[in-house]
Design a protein around this ligand. Structure first.
Ligand SMILES: CC(=O)SCCNC(=O)CCNC(=O)[C@H](O)C(C)(C)COP(=O)(O)OP(=O)(O)OC[C@H]1O[C@@H](n2cnc3c(N)ncnc32)[C@H](O)[C@@H]1OP(=O)(O)O
Length: 214
């Protein structure tokens, strides 16, 4: 039978861990063979503009139904997935999107209201704009696995020196588990909503280990 639901309910069909992620940008399939034929096929890959409708469906439930707004509307999703798909990641199960992260580049120390709409191709900061997991799949570790997967993928892109995001207060501890540091209140507000800004250096993590010994 199934193991009881617990913090370990991550369904570890593949041991994707912070330092030992096996996610490869060119090999989006989860590594290893499925051990049980009943498990759905998993696929991690960068998103394309064709995925925008699926992304927006998740956002509609995750953000709009709760807050009345969402980080990225359909045209904005298409916009960023056209400009910088390599800064995004989707998790598909049997071809269906179950979780996503969409990013773009930013070129200033802190986020500003302008960062809401702009991708700065020369920037060295990955601005992680939106992370969401389909509601029926939450609390299973999927959001965490996807975030580690994207961070690993970004760590292989020399232009990306750090990552930045904004979130509501309640989610600060969640992002701190990925090595993000709280830098303070975010300049961006949406209506009456305020956010905290968090940053994470990419070089303190994957690259340092890779380059150690030089
Ligand atoms: C940059 C941004 O996009 S910020 C906005 C983030 N997205 C959203 O809020 C959309 C709605 N929520 C979701 O899609 C998901 O709940 C996510 C993305 C926040 C987390 O994905 P999940 O797969 O559920 O997370 P995962 O199972 O890996 O980890 C669960 C942890 O997330 C954190 N968490 C999730 N939701 C909340 C919340 N509402 N308040 C506080 N902590 C939360 C907790 O630390 C939780 O750990 P716990 O179960 O021990 O309490």
């Amino acid at each position: 039978g199934e193991a009881p639901a617990s913090r370990m309910s991550t369904q570890s069909t593949y041991p994707l861990e912070p330092e030992a992620s096996q996610l490869q940008p060119e090999t989006p399939k989860a590594p290893g063979r499925q051990r049980r034929h009943t498990l759905p096929a998993n696929e991690f890959r960068c998103l394309t503009p064709e995925d925008a409708a699926s992304v927006f469906e998740i956002e509609r439930e995750a953000f709009i139904s709760v807050l009345g707004i969402c980080p990225l509307y359909l045209e904005e999703i298409k916009h960023f997935l056209t400009l910088c798909p390599e800064l995004s990641m989707g998790w598909f199960q049997e071809g269906r999107l179950v979780a996503f992260i969409i990013g773009s580049l930013w070129d200033q120390e802190r986020l500003t209201q302008e960062s809401m709409t702009l991708h700065r191709p020369g920037g060295h900061t990955a601005h992680l704009r939106a992370l969401a997991v389909h509601h029926t799949f939450r609390g299973q570790g999927k959001g965490s696995i996807l975030m580690w997967g994207l961070l690993h993928h970004l760590g292989r892109q020399p232009a990306v020196r750090r990552a930045v995001l904004m979130c509501e207060d309640a989610l600060v501890p969640f992002y701190q588990t990925f090595g993000f540091r709280l830098v303070g209140p975010c300049a961006i507000t949406l209506g009456s909503l305020t956010f905290k800004e968090l940053q994470r250096s990419m070089w303190d993590h994957a690259s340092r280990r890779r380059n150690s010994g030089s």
